[in-house]
Design a protein around this ligand. Structure first.
Ligand code: EPU
Length: 421
């Protein structure tokens, strides 16, 4: 198994280019199941989660063709030969986002058999809202041997209210509704930029969706969709992570190929910590001058502060002047990184859904273990700041969601390398 070895305290200088967003690419891949014909997807990040998802699609009978050279970020996809409707336990267990095939399979073929995802490192993560929505649209669902078995004739439009806004829930139901009979209204829908991007692609495919970007989405079902060429939006979480790397390692980075308007809450908080952030929507500079100031943070659905950057900003707070409180409102168990950060000397107490952080002057390198994707990123940020060597094991978590992380960081001056454990 690979591990990352970081010698801390090397300030960053240079330019990092942001890759396509994992959480935008996954639903867009799922949307290609809605109709046959060739889709050409650009800016696809080369990540383990994308490979897992395309393996699932291949199992379903879809042709997934990475363009000629291995390094390409272009994928050609043709689901004309869709011949299966099952997402097996082995794949769903590896990646919960496999649930995104449920809506499109059901609306295109009238049947789907998808393993019910279990809990995961960050919380129970039920999918009851996906299932309730599909039932309201007329699907017959039953749970058999750990699988959701879904059947439907043509789905019917329905009025669906989300008790809590769910990102993949909104995406799944949008994909189910585009081919349904009549109008579907999703209320209290999630409105992350990745959902907007999916909706825009579906509209390009000739779906009829209104209200995109708001919490009320109206979808008028159509009979037929067509394949399109589409580019994946930049990964706002990757961009936020590198902005925060400047906060822990020091120095100055230019971050390019991002969409800064997707990071308003993050940029505003980072400015309050004292980081200097300037630039336009697609290219910014981030500079650290002086000590970090503590700020309180509460994770919220978009446009609030994203839970996917909570672990990373905690490292900044561990090194800031004063006390801060970070409250996680999205997932009930997303503080697994705290015990690892404490191994580096961080002073953090968890009380219920809040972490109380007392900033200290320095962290000290130590061996630590990654527990999930974003927790791993926080350990890298901590390693960049720490005195001495930090060794991070279980980095396969990072490979699920950060394209070439150690190469990107090494290219801007970090002392980081990958080794076999
Ligand atoms: N929830 C329910 N019932 C449901 C669905 C969700 O109670 O049927 C609850 C969840 O338990 C959670 C909250 O609603 O408390 C929000 O969960 P959501 O469904 O929005 O999360 P998700 O769709 O499973 C996506 C991202 C996550 C990201 C969350 C929150 C993808 C593929 N995954 O997950 O990304 O943390 O939204 O923004 O888009 C990551 O990239 O590291 C990651 C975990």
């Amino acid at each position: 198994m690979d591990q990352l070895v970081i010698e801390g305290r090397h300030p960053l200088k240079g330019t990092i280019r942001i890759s396509g967003a994992k959480n935008a690419a996954l639903p867009i891949l799922a949307a290609t199941l809605l109709t046959g014909g060739t889709f050409r997807l650009q800016n696809i990040p080369r990540l383990v989660d994308i490979k897992t998802f395309t393996d699932l699609m291949t199992d379903l009978g879809v042709i997934v063709d990475y363009s000629a050279d291995n390094d390409s970020d272009v994928l050609n996809i043709d689901s004309s030969g869709l011949s299966d409707h099952e997402a097996p336990y082995d794949l769903v267990r590896k990646m919960r986002a496999s649930i995104l095939v449920l809506g499109p399979l059901l609306s295109r073929t009238g049947k789907a058999r998808v393993s019910l995802p279990g809990g995961c490192a960050i919380g129970a993560r039920p999918i009851n809202l996906h299932l309730k929505g599909l039932e309201l649209m007329g699907a017959k669902l039953r749970l058999k041997k750990g699988y959701i078995e879904a059947r439907a004739g043509r789905l019917n439009g329905a009025h669906i209210y989300f008790d809590t806004p769910s990102v993949t829930g909104t995406e799944n139901l949008m994909m189910a509704a585009v081919l349904a009979k009549g109008t579907t209204v999703l209320r209290n829908a999630a409105r992350e930029p990745e959902i907007l991007a999916l909706g825009q692609m579906l509209n390009q495919m000739e779906a009829k969706i209104k209200g995109l970007g708001s919490d009320t989405v109206k979808i008028e079902g159509v009979r037929k969709l067509r394949p399109v060429d589409w580019a994946i939006i930049p990964d706002r979480i990757e961009a936020g992570t590198y902005m925060m790397a400047v906060g822990t390692a020091g120095g100055e980075l230019i971050i390019e190929n991002l969409l800064a308007n997707h990071l308003e809450a993050v940029i505003s908080k980072l400015r309050s910590t004292g980081l200097q952030i300037e630039g336009d929507n697609t290219r910014i500079s981030v500079r650290k001058k002086g000590n970090l100031h503590s700020v309180d943070i509460k994770t919220l659905p978009y446009p609030g502060f994203p839970t996917d950057l909570q672990a990373q900003i905690m490292v900044l707070m561990a090194l800031a002047d004063g006390l801060s409180v970070i409250t996680e409102t999205i997932f009930e168990n997303r503080f697994m990184h705290v015990a690892e950060l404490r191994r580096l000397g961080a002073d953090i107490k968890v009380e219920g859904r809040s972490a109380l952080i007392k900033g200290i002057n320095e962290l000290n390198g130590a061996p630590v273990m990654a527990t999930d994707l974003r927790a791993s990123a926080s350990l890298v940020l901590a390693g960049l700041a720490a005195k001495g060597t930090t060794t991070i094991s279980r980095v396969y978590h990072l490979d699920r969601g950060y394209e070439c992380l150690e190469r990107k960081l090494a290219a801007v001056g970090a002392n980081i390398k990958r080794e076999k454990a």
